[in-house]
Design a protein around this ligand. Structure first.
Ligand SMILES: Nc1ncnc2c1ncn2[C@@H]1O[C@H](COP(=O)(O)OP(=O)(O)OP(=O)(O)O)[C@@H](O)[C@H]1O
Ligand SMILES: Nc1ccn([C@@H]2O[C@H](COP(=O)(O)O)[C@@H](O)[C@H]2O)c(=O)n1
Length: 231
């Protein structure tokens, strides 16, 4: 299919969800860049609010304390796929939100309904302001945040493939420990009461276990182009 001119193509909203390490961020960024769309990493927003809670002495194990503090930090997300940015109260936290400490605490914070309500509102306002359209990636985008998205994709991959990818990224971290940590986070994210990680009924499922990143990107670009052609 011939590639559409990003300046004249109809705006398109793409929701990409899936468990940890399935390739959501890498794929979403590349697809958005290739198609001239904005990009939103919603996991970064949950990490940012978790970072703020940790730095402000909030007891993460107490959902009431987390709920009370949920409205306090000012979280600002950039939407340029070439330079994803995130600040909390004006501080650049792009690196700080990727620490093990934040990763191990984010599921507890993101399970609190007041946190989800706050971040969901932010996500919807960013998506509605994206003139050319946007690729939004996370866990509940197709089911809850943007249920009317033009295209919903649910990426999956075997725990083995995901652990191998992540431990490669973490410079040779133990694969078994990485696999266990991924599964623990996915279980927490899929079993929480409010807006759990789930595939929307109308999402296209793509198993990335045996695909290269480039193959996944091409597959998603094709799906977006097909959707745009019918708008
Ligand atoms: N199809 C693929 N084949 C090989 N490696 C891949 C593939 N897709 C992504 N990767 C690599 O796997 C790692 C995890 O990818 P990525 O961060 O995009 O996943 P994610 O789903 O966004 O994870 P998380 O939800 O934990 O943020 C990265 O190092 C990325 O380069
Ligand atoms: N829509 C979303 C996105 C993310 N989360 C929570 O954030 C965590 C971190 O996500 P990453 O994509 O950066 O790994 C994730 O484990 C979830 O707890 C969410 O709840 N909803």
């Amino acid at each position: 299919m011939e590639s559409t001119d990003a300046r004249t193509a109809p705006a398109v909203i793409v929701a990409i969800d899936g468990p940890s390490g399935t390739g959501k961020s890498s794929t979403s960024k590349a697809v958005a860049a290739q198609l001239g769309l904005s990009y939103l990493d919603t996991g970064a927003q949950y990490r940012a609010i978790t970072w703020w809670m940790v730095n402000n002495g909030i007891d993460i194990a107490d959902p009431f304390s987390v709920a009370d503090a949920a409205g306090k930090p000012d979280i600002v997300s950039g939407t340029d796929p070439a330079a994803p940015a995130i600040t909390v109260d004006g501080t650049d936290v792009a690196a700080a939100i990727r620490t093990q400490e934040v990763t191990s605490k984010v599921s507890a914070v993101s399970a609190v309904p007041e946190v989800r309500a706050r971040i969901t509102e932010l996500q919807r306002s960013i998506a509605s302001a994206a003139g050319q359209g946007i690729v939004v990636e996370g866990r509940d985008i197709g089911t809850t945040v943007l249920p009317d998205a033009d295209l919903k994709i649910f990426l999956t991959a075997s725990p083995e493939a995901r652990a191998a990818r992540r431990s490669g990224e973490l410079k040779g971290a133990d694969v078994a420990a990485t696999r266990a940590a991924l599964i623990k986070r996915d279980t927490a994210d899929s079993t929480r009461k409010t807006s759990p990680l789930a595939k929307a009924d109308d999402a296209v499922e793509v198993d990335t276990s045996d695909l290269t990143l480039q193959q996944v990107i091409e597959c998603v670009v094709t799906l977006v182009e097909e959707k745009r052609a019918t708008k």
